[in-house]
Write a protein that binds this ligand. Structure first.
Ligand SMILES: [Zn+2]
Length: 156
């Protein structure tokens, strides 16, 4: 595999991890507050204002908004960008270490978010299970895509 494709896949995996981190922050909050996991819009938990897409970019939006909601000025907890950054790191580093073994890589991701959900959602297992199946779905899609691309690139 040429370094260029390797770099592209590494970046895609890191971005995927970061987006999963953003979703994890939302699921974590909603599971523990008994709120629906799937909503048409993302909203500020303080003022309930619908958040435009530009306010939902992992890490960057928090920095640009200086950690406050643009509509009600309530602080946005720093744990959100930290979770997003943590996911970005974990997915990026795990790709670097395990890209030759994509199934092990996918298994590491499943283990990672399963453990996190178990740790964070104690006592809310029913909605945590719903959250888990959403994560599992996203990961299944992404891992399948990655597996196809990796085998196509190593064959070519
Ligand atoms: Zn707000």
């Amino acid at each position: 595999m040429t370094p260029f494709y390797y770099l592209i896949l590494f970046l895609c995996t890191s971005v995927f991890g970061c987006v999963m981190g953003a979703y994890f922050g939302t699921v974590d909050y909603r599971v523990r507050h008994d709120e629906p996991l799937i909503t048409a819009d993302c909203y500020c938990p303080a003022c309930r204002h619908r958040l435009p897409l530009l306010h939902q970019i992992p890490i960057l939006s928090w920095i640009v908004l200086k950690g406050r909601c643009r509509f009600c000025s309530e602080p946005i907890p720093v744990r959100y960008p930290l979770i997003e950054g943590g996911f970005l790191l974990f997915y990026g580093v795990s790709f670097l270490l395990l890209w030759r073994h994509p199934l092990v890589l996918a298994a590491a991701w499943y283990l990672f978010f399963t453990l996190l959900l178990l740790l964070r959602c104690q006592g809310h297992y029913r909605s945590a299970l719903k959250g888990w199946s959403i994560f599992a779905g996203y990961h299944l899609l992404f891992s399948a895509l990655l597996l196809i691309l990796l085998s196509a690139l190593s064959a070519g």
